[in-house]
Design a protein around this ligand. Structure first.
Ligand SMILES: [Zn+2]
Length: 372
């Protein structure tokens, strides 16, 4: 029998909080570099604060502390399993790291809460709020859906294509917001007079340092190696703002894929019904509702779900948390770990966590029964 764990001293920062702060600091730092070309001091405050707190953790564990911010950024490139500082209480896996090739990873964005918490971002993002308010005021749920669908299907788009789409009634209502969502393709995306796109996600491909290898910028792209259409730069190419690519486009791919599959089964499907009450509602009578989650790490998703599970409408017969197939494939035992860490979504509960494949299969079974 082991002794009960002594409680940590009160001055010791919680590992989860330190990592969240470090992740936010790294994201701020990366954004400053992306915006300004080169970096100027001071470092973002989250980076400095997390260095101080990580130093406390290291002292308490008798581990070497990072010697400064530069050292901290080098540490961030290493998988957590290689850190000398023990992070067993944080929701991370040993093979995850915060930075890869100098860019924040999905893990970093999840920890810094930029990715994963789509609902939170939509509530807090000024543009998404404006879209929601305008669509609500006009009682135009179709416009809200068209806006989100455009952002997911076309993270990059030519000026002509965008103008054509804005002539459609649903999007015309939100024309100024749509224009605000996009920025001109950056200079580094243009070479030999063309802008290169990715067929996997319809986003842009940018050059690596060698200026010859063109890579997709979306870490969660389903087919990052495949070349898409080359657009002449002179015709004008728009690229979705980074934060929208992160919290609308990337998680939205699974939402649209599932909706497309179910529509193919001739089942009535509504995306983001009632202005985003949930991600998807299936069947008109006794509807089934679902939130579709694209968190890389089941422990971090569990943490979030324990804080806030979505509100199931009274008329819904069943409610699901659906895990996208990319996440299920990338992480063995994803659902098992999720259910263990979050008993609120186990079988028998009001909201049940299932894989994308399981969700589609269950919907198909009900559709077949009612058709028989
Ligand atoms: Zn891509």
């Amino acid at each position: 029998m082991s002794d009960p764990q002594p409680s940590p001293p009160s001055w010791l920062p919680r590992q989860q909080i330190v990592l969240a702060q470090l992740a936010s600091g790294i994201i701020d730092y990366a954004q400053q570099i992306a915006a300004g070309g080169s970096f100027r001091l001071p470092y973002p405050s989250n980076l400095q604060l997390s260095l101080d707190r990580l130093t406390l953790l290291a002292w308490q564990q008798g581990a070497p502390a990072p010697t400064g911010v530069v050292d901290l950024l080098q540490l961030a490139e290493q998988p957590f399993g290689d850190w000398k500082i023990n992070l067993v209480e944080a929701d991370v896996d040993p093979d995850e790291s915060l930075l890869a090739y100098g860019r924040p990873t999905v893990t970093c964005e999840e920890l810094g809460s930029l990715r994963g918490d789509v609902e939170g971002e939509i509530r807090e993002n000024a543009l998404m709020r404006a879209v929601m308010d305008k669509a609500r005021a006009a009682d135009a749920p179709g416009s809200y859906v068209a806006f989100r669908e455009l952002l997911i299907r076309h993270p990059a788009i030519t000026a002509l294509d965008l103008d054509t789409r804005l002539a459609e009634p649903d999007l015309a209502l939100l024309a100024s917001e749509v224009r605000d969502a996009y920025r001109p393709a950056p200079p580094e995306a243009i070479a030999d007079g063309v802008v290169r796109t990715c067929r996997g996600c319809n986003g842009l491909r940018l050059p690596l340092d060698d200026d010859r290898t063109w890579v997709c910028q979306d870490e969660t792209c389903p087919a990052p190696g495949t070349a898409g259409v080359d657009h002449p730069a002179a015709e004008g190419v728009w690229w979705l703002r980074r934060e929208l690519r992160t919290f609308i486009t990337a998680p939205g791919r699974a939402e649209l894929r599932i909706a497309d599959t179910l529509t193919g089964l001739t089942v009535p499907v509504r995306l983001w019904p009632d202005f985003d009450a949930c991600d998807i509602a299936v069947f008109d009578e006794r509807p089934w509702v679902a939130d579709i989650k694209a968190w890389r790490n089941p422990l971090r998703l569990a943490h979030r779900l324990r804080q806030r599970l979505f509100t199931v409408p009274a008329e819904a017969e069943k409610a699901f948390i659906v895990i996208g197939k990319e996440q299920v494939h990338a992480h063995p035992r994803y659902l098992e770990r999720l259910r263990k860490a979050c008993p609120e979504v186990r079988r028998g509960q009001r909201v049940v966590a299932v894989s994308e494949a399981e969700f589609v299969r269950t919907v198909r079974e009900r559709a077949e029964v009612s058709a028989a």
